[in-house]
Design a protein around this ligand. Structure first.
Ligand code: ATP
Ligand code: MG
Length: 563
């Protein structure tokens, strides 16, 4: 591994940013960490990563990158009952997809169990930890409250020898779940409840997904986390605000052990409106089939957003845009949508697709003729070139682009009115055909050959331009449109959060039509259906026989404008 080179002089990109950057710049000035900067992202493999995690990854990885430091991906796999290999695999995949480079620095907290055990013995020997016979309920009941001190356990006065002996027997598996714990001996009267003899080890007779049955005592988060950071020589241990009150404990353990001592820094977690972000709730949505798995395109998970068509660039841009704060807030999901529109506008190929088709027949266009018309692939990027699209006598347009009795200001097709077909001709609606229920099923139109896009000789101008597909060559596809997963903005504090699931969060249109060039669309490609939004092929349901497209996002922020 190459040496880290830090001049101690912050570059322009490291001066801006946020309060964490300020702390790090100060540390570099005082040479606190000998010029090293080393961060980590420490997920527990008990679920898939969500956009909040993406923010944390981008922050930690961004710091390592900006300061020429290092970044570790470390699994905090200390609880065998909730963790699974599937989650480990998905987290690695998502982190890599986000663009994070951890080289060979992929670590598992469970690989440090022996070392943690030895550290615990060290604390027992110092008289700073003891084996306690109280069960979980009793420990909770004797912890006291914010206004009342806790009660000391009778086992607090056990001799060091007895504690060492009992702890060994705990490890050997001689006690049942919950029968004993190892607790730190700190202060049952501390105003900070986290310091009232917190539990360091619990007995859990369960198979660990990585360690098998090697252990039946498992470290708590508070005990384990600082050790993990210390072992890996992390400099800045960045976590979310709920750990602020745990910092004194983090510091106490490392001070008592006298080992390498990283600095814990807290920032506000990302909360998005109209969705949930707790892994417990996301798991429930998956387990109880409210959604189609962790990667359902409506989920705020990284895998869900990826399947929906979000790019890693957009997620990184979003993480940067929301910034890093010291106070919790609810971020508007439209900010995320802004990031993805911005990114896709630059690189998505434009095509024509009709979501809800209405047939039109151009009565003055030759029956067997097919014209190839030239269309621009991306007006934002000439290098993306042009393509041909077929035009013929029978076409489909969007149902919503025709209104029989239009409101004022409607510039698309109306009876007797004219509109331009994108890349083609101006047409006029001559006749409206209805079914027995009075619904419009077809329009008879005529086209003006002098008005061909780009080459036409006519000076005729119309106000509206609409998209279309040629009936014979169009490809039938399924299109999935998504809406907010929940109907209310802030679900955090609501016990009945499931009552607010949006019943219309997924709309499936199984008879949309797309231009033939889309036959060759590939998974992972971003495509703009003109006027309808950005789309991508669904990686799960799309097949050769039936293409299935997800709408990533609409073209405009229709929500804000509706409010
Ligand atoms: P839970 O939902 O059960 O509280 P968690 O999301 O905190 O779990 P972890 O696996 O412990 O799950 O999270 C890994 C890291 O991601 C932690 O450092 C945590 O602080 C950070 N993190 C989690 N949620 C968010 C969020 N919404 N915004 C920013 N960072 C987050
Ligand atoms: Mg957590």
């Amino acid at each position: 591994m190459s040496e880290q080179h830090n001049t101690g002089l912050p570059s322009e990109s490291t001066k801006k940013k946020n309060f964490i950057y300020e702390i790090i710049n100060e540390d570099l000035e005082t040479n606190k960490w000998n010029g090293n900067i080393h961060t980590r992202f420490p997920p527990e493999p008990n679920g898939y990563l969500h956009i909040g995690h993406a923010k944390s990854i981008c922050l930690n990885y961004g710091i390592a990158k900006d300061f020429q430091g290092k970044f570790n991906l470390r699994f905090d796999d200390t609880n065998p009952s909730k963790e699974e290999q599937e989650y480990v695999d998905s987290i690695i995949e998502d982190a890599k997809w986000l663009g994070v480079e951890f080289e060979d620095r992929l670590f598992f907290a469970s690989d440090y169990f022996e070392q943690m055990y030895q550290f615990a013995i060290g604390l027992i020997k110092k008289g700073k930890a003891y084996v306690c016979d109280l069960n979980a309920d009793e420990i909770r009941a004797t912890r006291g409250t914010l206004t009342e001190p806790g009660e000391e356990s009778a086992d607090r006065s056990r001799s060091i020898e007895e504690n060492l002996d009992l702890f060994q027997h705990m490890r050997n598996g001689e006690f049942k779940n919950g029968e004993k714990t190892l607790r730190a001996k700190i202060d049952m009267a501390s105003p900070n409840i986290n310091l009232r003899d917190p539990i360091m080890y619990r007995i859990v007779h369960e198979t660990h997904q990585r360690q098998g049955n090697a252990w039946c005592i498992y470290p708590t988060y508070d005990w384990a986390h600082g050790l993990e950071d210390s072992i890996e020589k992390i400099t800045h241990s960045i976590c979310t605000l709920e750990f602020e009150n745990h910092r004194p404990l983090y510091d106490w353990f490392l001070n008592e052990l006298g080992i390498y001592h990283p600095q814990q820094i807290e920032f506000a977690r990302l909360n998005l409106n109209y969705t949930v972000m707790s892994k417990r709730k996301l798991l429930q949505l998956v387990k109880e089939n409210y959604v189609d798995g962790w990667d359902d395109p409506r989920m705020p998970t990284i895998s869900g957003l990826r399947r929906r068509g979000y790019s890693s660039e957009a997620l990184r841009d979003f993480a940067e845009t929301v910034g890093v704060a010291k106070r919790d807030a609810l971020t508007d999901i439209s900010l995320l949508e802004f990031s993805i529109r911005n990114d896709l506008n630059k690189r998505a190929q434009r095509v024509m697709a009709v979501l809800r088709p209405l047939k039109i027949v151009l009565t003055n266009y030759p029956e067997d003729k097919v014209e190839e018309l030239e269309a621009v692939n991306n007006p934002e990027d000439a290098a993306m070139g042009k393509r041909n699209i077929p035009f013929s006598r029978e076409l489909f347009i969007e149902q919503t682009d025709f209104i029989e009795n239009p409101p004022k200001g409607f510039h698309r097709l109306v009876p007797g009115g004219e509109v331009r077909l994108r890349y083609a001709y101006i047409i006029k609606c001559d006749k409206v055909i209805k079914n027995e229920n009075g619904e419009v099923v077809e329009l008879r139109c005529s086209f003006d050959p002098e008005t061909k896009s780009g080459t036409g000789t006519s000076a005729k101008k119309v106000k509206g331009t609409i998209h279309w597909v040629s009936a014979l060559q169009a490809v039938p596809v399924e299109v999935r449109l998504y809406d907010r997963l929940f109907t209310i903005e802030n679900l955090a504090s609501d016990e009945n959060w499931l009552n607010f699931l949006n019943p219309h969060s997924l709309e499936i249109i199984d008879d949309a039509l797309v231009e033939p060039s889309l036959q060759n669309a590939k998974i992972g490609e971003h495509i703009q259906f003109e006027r309808n939004g950005y789309f991508c092929l669904d990686s799960k349901f799309s097949t050769q026989e039936k293409l299935v497209f997800n709408r990533t996002v609409t073209l405009k922020d229709s929500w804000t404008s509706k409010k």
